[in-house]
Structure formats: structure tokens, C-alpha cells
Design a protein. Structure first.
Length: 338
């Protein structure tokens, strides 16, 4: 009688998570503390950096997702940022009574409606942008850069036609002004809201990408789009959906950023795109987790150097990018096929 072999005790190898990039913001903040000296100032700068980082992440996450799945270098992403902010400005103008009353509930309701309109509007704009401008240049990076940059310029000029070319004030709702005082620390209310929104977006993206069927198809499409097509899934429709979602996130980020600055011009999207590209390069092209860490690092570096060495602030994030790429040439969490 032939003996039946015992069941193998071998298990699939576990994937070790890379914790080093996650520790970088903690290390950077700890290194900055002795130079800043005052703990209260350090906390204020750090919280401000977290809020700024969350806003940059919301803007950059859509772009890194589009690049990760579709391999599209969309320099027109700034158009969605600007259009989203202007659409929200129009809605908040119509709801000025809700915005000016000192009630957190009414203020958040007005802001929620403005954000919803901005995300729907930029999502539709993203759909048209992909169909008309991006679709003909898939796989052609140089043409993508040129044609999407042209789309950004056209969008800025259309904003001048529709909303005017002058700088506009975008004041915070009444209940979101001021700060919450905790002991010796004062934390601005709007920055708390920005951090919460950023964390919710990040958590939602992680759940969708790692716990849903759509997320599975997105990650499979990043690795091998042809195989996903061969299994009977329409990957091109998924591409369009991702582009629309990325455009909507840019609209949300544009609203947050305009309220953060409390001023609005047609160039608001183009102005922040340098930071956005630094973030996605640092994080690893196509990596949502890397984008999140990169956004926090960029914001911290900008805030700390602006306080300590104002003349170095403009170049600080370039130096940060160079340092990280010398350590990890493909970014903090590179996507495998890159």
C-alpha cells in the first residue's frame, strides 16, 4: 500500500512591510524640534504641515492613481484644481447666508454642497478631457505632456472668460475661523478639518484598492492590463472611471487649497503642480501610500525651512526630492512595473 504523503506544513511567504518611509515624517519632525527650540511653535508648525500635507495629498492622489493605472502624464491636472475651486466659490456665493452664520452645522452643509458640486463638475470635465485630449495620445509621453499642458492653458483662459481674471477672496465659513486652544497650543479649526478630510480620503482609497473587486481590477491592471482584458474585463472603461475619480479628487483638493489660502486666481492649479509632481516622484510613481508619506514630508520641509531659513524655503523640497531619490531612485514605495 502506497503511503499518502503528509500534508505540507509550508505556507505562503508573508510580505514584509517596509516601515522605513513611514518613520521619515517622525524623524524629520524630531530633528526640527531642537532647531526651532520652542515646543509651542514646533507644534503649531507641525499641525500646519499636516493640514497642508493632507490637502496636497488629496490633489496628488488622483494624479498618482491615473499615472499608476493609465501611464498618463497629465499636466492638465491643475485645470481640475482651479475649476473645482471656482465652482465651489460660486456655490458658496449663492449660500452666503449659510456661510456667514456662526453655526458649524450650516457652515459644513454649505461647504459640503460646494464640494459636491465641485467634484461632480470636475469629474465630468475629466471625462471630457480624457475622451477628447488624452485618449489619442495613450502611450506617448512627450505628446501627453504637450497636449495636457495646452489643455491647462486653455482652461485657465476659459476661467478668465467665465469668472473674470481678477483675484477673488474665498473666505472661510464663520464657524471654521479661529483656533481651538488646548493648553498652551492653539490649533486652527480649518486645519483640523483639512486633516480629517485627508485621512478619510486616504482610508477610503486604501479600502477600495485593497478590499473591493474594483480595487483588485485596478491593481491587476497596473501590473498587466492585457491579462485583465483577456479575462473578459473592459479595462478601458476602468481607466476612464479612474480618470474621472482622479479629476474629482483634484476638484476637492482645489476647494481645500483655495480656502486654505483664502484667495483664488485662475493660476491656482498651475502654481501647486510643482509640489504635486515632487510628491508623486518622492512617493513612487503610481503609489498611493508613497504619495501620502511624500505629501507630509514635503509640507513639513516647507514649513520648517520657511520658519528657520526663509531664503532656502523655495529650494527645500527640491533638495528633499534629491536626497530621497539618491536613497531610493524609484521613490519610497515604487510600483513594481516602474
Amino acid at each position: 500500500m502506497t503511503a499518502v504523503p503528509a500534508a505540507s506544513s509550508d505556507t505562503l511567504p508573508t510580505v514584509k512591510h517596509d516601515w522605513l518611509p513611514i518613520l521619515l515624517p517622525i524623524v524629520l519632525s524630531a530633528v526640527a524640534l531642537p532647531f526651532i527650540g520652542n515646543v509651542t511653535t514646533w507644534v503649531t508648525l507641525t499641525v500646519a504641515a499636516l493640514a497642508m500635507g493632507m490637502m496636497i495629498f488629496v490633489i496628488a492622489s488622483g494624479l498618482t492613481l491615473v499615472f499608476g493605472l493609465m501611464d498618463v502624464l497629465n499636466f492638465g491636472h491643475g485645470a481640475f484644481i482651479a475649476v473645482g475651486a471656482y465652482m465651489a466659490l460660486s456655490v458658496l456665493g449663492l449660500l452666503s447666508g449659510w456661510v456667514q452664520v456662526d453655526s458649524l452645522g450650516w457652515n459644513l452643509l454649505a461647504l459640503g454642497l460646494a464640494v459636491s458640486v465641485a467634484m461632480v463638475g470636475t469629474g465630468l470635465l475629466g471625462w471630457a478631457f480624457e475622451r477628447v485630449i488624452v485618449k489619442p495620445v495613450y502611450g506617448q509621453h512627450l505628446k501627453q505632456i504637450l497636449i495636457t499642458m495646452g489643455g491647462l492653458i486653455v482652461a485657465e483662459q476659459l476661467i478668465h472668460v467665465i469668472w473674470g481674471g481678477d483675484q477673488k477672496a474665498m473666505a472661510l465659513p464663520t464657524a471654521l475661523r479661529g483656533a481651538v486652544v488646548i493648553g498652551d497650543f492653539a490649533i486652527e479649526r480649518y486645519r483640523i478639518l483639512a486633516v480629517v478630510v485627508g485621512l478619510v480620503v486616504f482610508a477610503t482609497m486604501l479600502v477600495v484598492l485593497n478590499r473591493t473587486r474594483i480595487g483588485l481590477l485596478i491593481r491587476a491592471g497596473v501590473e498587466n492590463a492585457e491579462m485583465v482584458e483577456a479575462l473578459g474585463y473592459r479595462i478601458r472603461r476602468l481607466f476612464v472611471g479612474v480618470f474621472v475619480a482622479g479629476s474629482a479628487l483634484a476638484g476637492l483638493g482645489g476647494v481645500l487649497w483655495a480656502l486654505y489660502r483664502e484667495t483664488l486666481t485662475a493660476a491656482i492649479g498651475g502654481d501647486i503642480m510643482v509640489l504635486v509632481f515632487i510628491v508623486i516622484i518622492i512617493g513612487g510613481l503610481g503609489s498611493v501610500g508613497g504619495c501620502f508619506i511624500g505629501a507630509i514630508l514635503v509640507a513639513m520641509m516647507a514649513n520648517y525651512t520657511a520658519f528657520l531659513l526663509p531664503k532656502v524655503a523655495l529650494a527645500s523640497n527640491i533638495l528633499l526630492m534629491v536626497a530621497i531619490l539618491m536613497w531610493r531612485p524609484q521613490g519610497l514605495y515604487p510600483v513594481a512595473k516602474r
